[in-house]
Design a protein around this ligand. Structure first.
Ligand SMILES: [Zn+2]
Length: 245
């Protein structure tokens, strides 16, 4: 029963994340303006704002003008709901649940905006880092580890950014994640993102969709890797040390 409540709350949070993903790059207000169709400008009825369900009832089109609605909407809602359930199962409903729910929410917004626009917005980093700093300050015994994680994440990507291999937005994302994850899981996150990004790069080049000097947004890889590390980082580290011991 509790799980169902967490899932439904996650779906609603996902709806708000979709609003953030659409409006932040356009400089629109996140709260003051009710949702409207980008095609015809018609306000969306409250009954059509149900997460996931409305998308399928409307067959992915606007009720008024028939314009296609991005599949990103139900996908983000569903992801937020499922991550909520996974966090609940791992952490219960204590402080860690809210801390990591905040991180996952921020990462969904940053990752999707980077995927759609190729930009990382300072406002999203600032909001996420502020939340991370608050959690680091109030969660017992995590403050030093958080600061070290943030510095490590930023320094590794900054070293690559200085040579032009990556953007400063990527370094900012790692700083933010480091605050939440601490140094150990930040290192796992970096490792996973390099492997995933490298594999995707090789795949795209060999399937000739991209050339070597095309740029590929790295933010989405960092976002996914941070979420992987949050759930499995400690297991990955102990597995590694068991294998080498
Ligand atoms: Zn419309």
């Amino acid at each position: 029963m509790e799980i169902l409540y967490v899932f439904l709350t996650g779906l609603s949070v996902g709806s708000f994340l979709n609003v953030c993903i659409y409006r932040i790059p356009r400089g629109e207000s996140l709260v003051l303006d009710p949702s409207h169709c980008p095609g015809c400008g018609e306000l969306i009825k409250a009954s059509d704002l149900l997460p996931v369900i409305s998308y399928f009832l409307l067959k992915g089109r606007c009720r008024d003008c028939g314009r296609r609605i991005s599949f990103r909407y139900p996908a983000v809602e569903l992801a937020a709901g499922l991550f909520g359930v996974m966090l609940f199962m791992k952490f219960g409903t204590g402080l860690e649940f809210f801390k990591y729910a905040m991180l996952v929410s921020v990462l969904i917004v940053i990752g999707m905006i980077d995927l759609e626009t190729g930009e990382v917005y300072t406002s999203t980093i600032a909001a996420g880092a502020a939340a991370g700093a608050v959690f680091a300050a109030i969660a017992p015994g995590t403050c030093a580890d958080s600061v070290l994680g943030a510095l490590t994440g930023f320094a590794v990507i900054a070293a690559i950014a200085l040579t032009g291999g990556m953007g400063w937005g990527d370094a900012d994302i790692c700083l933010l994640c480091g605050l939440f994850l601490g140094v150990r899981c930040t290192l796992v996150m970096l490792l996973v993102s390099f492997i995933a990004g490298g594999a995707a790069g090789i795949f795209l080049i060999t399937s000739s969709k991209r050339r070597l000097n095309d740029s590929m947004p790295f933010g989405p890889f960092l976002a996914v890797s941070a979420i992987v590390s949050l759930f499995f980082g400690n297991s990955i580290v102990s597995l590694y040390f068991n294998m080498t011991a």
